[in-house]
Design a binder for this molecule. Sequence first.
Ligand SMILES: [Fe+2]
Length: 144
Amino acid sequence: MSGAGPAGGEELVAALDELLEAERAGARVALASIRDASGEALAALMRHVRGDEARWCAMLSRHVRRLGARPSRRTGAFYGKAMAIADPWERLAFLNRGQSWVVRRLEALLPQVEEEGLRADLLDMLESHRVNIEQAADLLRAGR
Ligand SMILES: [Fe+2]
């Protein structure tokens, strides 16, 4: 995003698509990590994160369509990078860094979003990510 002023249509769609691709990657990583989880606490967190990420994919797709564009069908490169990490705890730490990246993108995007419905949805997504990051950090401290 270029900074000053509200994001225009194309720029906003590009930002939402980038987040959509990242969330799709996150959902797929979490889904695969349910299987690979060492212990029920990690599996439960991955199920929870998977549900959240899928929900944000649906929300972002809906707004891209509302803006008259076709939502990206790509999965972010994050997926391949995360799945190359076999150790469940190492992968969780990597996933959490990806979630922190999403938080920074949302924080940068929000001041440029004027439409109230989209703002509310992005704020929900931001808050949910902050909570999930804390839960994962707690589990990383306690779990391994
Ligand atoms: Fe995410």
